[in-house]
Design a protein around this ligand. Structure first.
Ligand code: M6R
Length: 359
């Protein structure tokens, strides 16, 4: 089943371009005219609340950010295990995200939320408890994921979620169909970008991992739409390599985490083109920190092509409302390579299970 791949994680990272391409074939046309959303049969909503854990929560942050940016719709992010004191406003649609569909924290969270909120499930397992419990289901179609660390299911959740959000905005008249079509067209480049990002990372990541191998801890920084990817990069690195990793908004550096930065401290910066990130990079370098930038051309692990349209030059940043999806590939590869160099089992990290069925 592994074929030429050394482990399931390598196989599943490598499958991402084809997973994305197949998903886009499914959703492309129906997204831009709003019919994907209409087909779900959900009532109109004024707000959206994501309920999820771990990697699925990071995918939810991307999805919620897309809805806010494109449609100005308010969103809540609910860590499923922290649902007890959450109060959702009337008119909130709950989007429960779980690759397994069996995560106990997510299922219990839905039990505790007011029944009047409709639930949309985003899952890779349409026969799961979550799918049965939800009012509507979106299948992530990522195929089986064996590695405990979520990789291709994250990417599939993001893709299915952001295209659903675009469709919902068209269906509710908040987004022009032509703008939606242009956005979805842009996604068509994603499989190739992911494959390119993987090829570049395959070349550069081994040496980078060797350079940071003895570091006890890592910082991951991002800003705006880059932040969920920084959080995902940090989670992946600690799950696989058992090294501490913390993700922060880059602007928070000066409010605390900068104290951690010393000679050689590795700081991974998800650089989606916001010039304000350069401040963080300079502050870290000034203290001897080892910066690894992940993003556009000219970064250490380039995952985005150079943007040349006028708007981007004026703003100096990527305009994609879902941020640099491609960046997840080098981040996953860095975590895997570091883990391998440290002698860890990348398919079965210690203490963790693929399906977390206890609260
Ligand atoms: O099955 P789920 O998506 O609900 O799982 C949630 C988390 O346990 C999961 O995403 C976890 O954080 C990842 N496997 C870590 O790579």
């Amino acid at each position: 089943e592994l074929g030429d791949h050394p482990d399931h994680m390598a196989k599943e990272i490598g499958e991402q371009p084809e997973v994305v391409a197949a998903l886009l074939d499914r959703v492309r046309r129906r997204t831009a005219d709003g019919s994907t959303w209409v087909g779900l049969g959900l009532p109109p909503f004024d707000r959206l609340a994501v309920v999820a854990c771990g990697t699925s929560l990071h995918a939810g942050q991307v999805i919620a950010g897309t809805l806010r940016t494109l449609g100005g719709v308010p969103t809540d992010i609910v860590v499923a295990s922290e649902v007890d004191h959450v109060v959702l406003a009337p008119g909130t649609l709950v989007v429960a995200i779980s690759q397994s569909g069996e995560t106990a924290d997510v299922l219990r969270a839905l039990d505790r939320l007011d029944e009047r909120h409709p639930v949309l499930a985003l899952t890779n397992n349409v026969h799961s408890s979550l799918a049965r419990r939800a009012d509507a289901v979106l299948d992530c179609h990522a195929g089986p994921e064996v590695g405990v660390a979520a990789t291709k299911t994250f990417t599939a959740q993001v893709l299915v979620g952001v295209t659903a959000v675009v469709s919902a905005l068209v269906a509710s008249g908040r987004l022009e169909a032509s703008r939606a079509a242009a956005l979805v067209d842009e996604l068509a480049e994603l499989p190739e970008r992911m494959a390119t990002a993987a090829a570049v990372a395959a070349d550069r990541v081994p040496l980078l991992a060797t350079t940071v191998r003895d570091a006890p801890g890592f910082l991951f920084l991002g800003r705006g739409p880059g932040l969920p990817y920084a959080a995902e990069g940090a989670l992946k690195l600690e799950v696989l390599s058992y090294r501490w990793a913390e993700a922060y908004p880059a602007g928070e550096l000066k409010h605390g985490p900068l104290a951690l930065v010393d000679e050689g401290t590795p700081v991974v910066v998800v650089d989606h083109g916001d010039p304000r990130l350069q401040w963080a990079v300079a502050e870290v370098r000034a203290r001897g920190g080892f910066v690894v930038t992940v993003g556009g051309e000219g970064t250490d692990l380039p995952a985005l092509p150079r943007r040349t349209d006028a708007a981007d030059l004026a703003w100096g940043r990527s305009t994609a409302p879902w941020g640099p999806i491609e960046a997840v590939v080098p981040l996953q590869m860095l975590a895997r390579e570091l883990a391998l160099q440290l002698g860890c089992d990348v398919d079965k990290p210690r203490n963790l299970a693929k399906w977390v069925t206890v609260e």
